[in-house]
Design a protein around this ligand. Structure first.
Ligand code: GLN
Length: 310
């Protein structure tokens, strides 16, 4: 088995050679300004070791990766009653699709498509002002990463709000079906802000550790969620974490992963490692193009897969 250090350095060198790096998301104007040549990767092992390479200390917009953290928080808040309002099936549709909502009477297919994550934001808003709910999400992420410097990028949140017509459409549609308890603009305020959390690869890999370690943060032993919930979140990441590219990601990479349109991916090797990779250019499904390739290479060279024997 090659050393993880060598593999990460090889991958960074290989990724630098790609000229086709995908397209940076521009529907959120603030994201369109990011340099497509950035590439970073960080691996936090469950034994506490952290290895980084490339632009791993540069913050980026975690976008939909935040949906993993809001799901964990919402499950802690309302338990399995969440599943009355959100499904657990892959959608096979793009992240911002509305078509299934009509057929399925306002119950989003899963918590990782936008419609599902908006319902999760609505759950987290219960009993709070939007800014309190946002504060609670940021505190949770900070505690997971053990890093109090993590913040929301207000420019990204604002940029998303002014161009968020599709998300407003989804929220209004959910409201029309009675699956939103707050005014759409309030729930979306929470949603846009958690998507705009900025983290670097190292912080993100640390924040994902609990999912690689049966719901517990390995360094502190602190239990974030039960091992059963960690297993289920990993299952949802595998089946739904890359939207209509989830099957392809499972096929090529073979571990749970959650992508964001900022070009980040959080991937989990249960019992072994939490991995964060960032390359801003996206493939046709809105998932990081080089991030996916890098994870495919990493898991292949380290023989990390939930489908093959150790
Ligand atoms: N905030 C983004 C949106 O709602 C999240 C999408 C994503 O990362 N796939 O469009």
């Amino acid at each position: 088995m090659p050393s993880l250090r060598d593999v990460l350095d090889e991958i960074v060198a290989e990724m630098a050679g790609y000229s086709d790096r995908g397209a940076v998301a521009s529907y959120i104007p603030q994201l369109g300004k990011i340099d497509p040549n950035k590439f970073g990767i960080a691996v936090t092992l469950t034994n506490g070791e952290v290895l980084v390479a490339g632009d791993a200390d540069e913050p980026f917009s975690i976008q939909s990766i935040s949906k993993v953290f809001t799901l964990a928080l919402a499950l802690g808040r309302v338990g399995d009653t969440l599943w009355k309002r959100v499904g657990r099936e892959p959608s096979g549709t793009p992240f911002n699709s509305i078509v299934q909502l009509e057929r399925e009477e306002g119950i989003p297919r899963n918590p990782f498509i936008n419609a599902g994550a908006i319902v999760v934001s609505d759950v987290l808003l219960a009993g709070h002002q939007p800014r309190e709910a946002i504060g609670e999400i940021v505190s949770f992420v900070r505690s997971l990463a053990d890093d109090d410097t993590i913040v929301v990028d207000g420019d990204v949140a604002g940029s998303e709000r002014v161009t968020g017509y599709r998300n407003f459409a989804l929220a209004n549609y959910l409201k029309g079906f009675g699956n939103l308890n707050h005014a759409p603009e309030l729930t979306l305020g929470v949603y846009f802000h958690h998507c705009a959390i900025a983290m670097n690869c190292q912080q993100l890999a640390n924040a994902g550790r609990f999912l690689a370690n049966a719901g517990r943060v390995p360094s502190s032993g602190h239990t974030v969620i039960s091992s059963e919930r960690a297993k289920r979140i990993n299952a949802l990441m595998l089946t739904c974490g890359h939207y209509d590219g989830s099957g392809e990601f499972a096929f090529r990479v073979g571990i749970p992963g959650k992508s964001g349109v900022g070009g980040g991916i959080l991937a989990i090797v249960p019992g072994v490692a939490s991995i964060a990779v960032w390359s801003p250019g996206l493939n046709a499904r809105g998932n990081s193009m080089l991030g996916s390739i890098a994870l495919e290479q990493l898991t292949k060279r380290m023989n990390w897969s939930i489908f093959s024997p150790k």
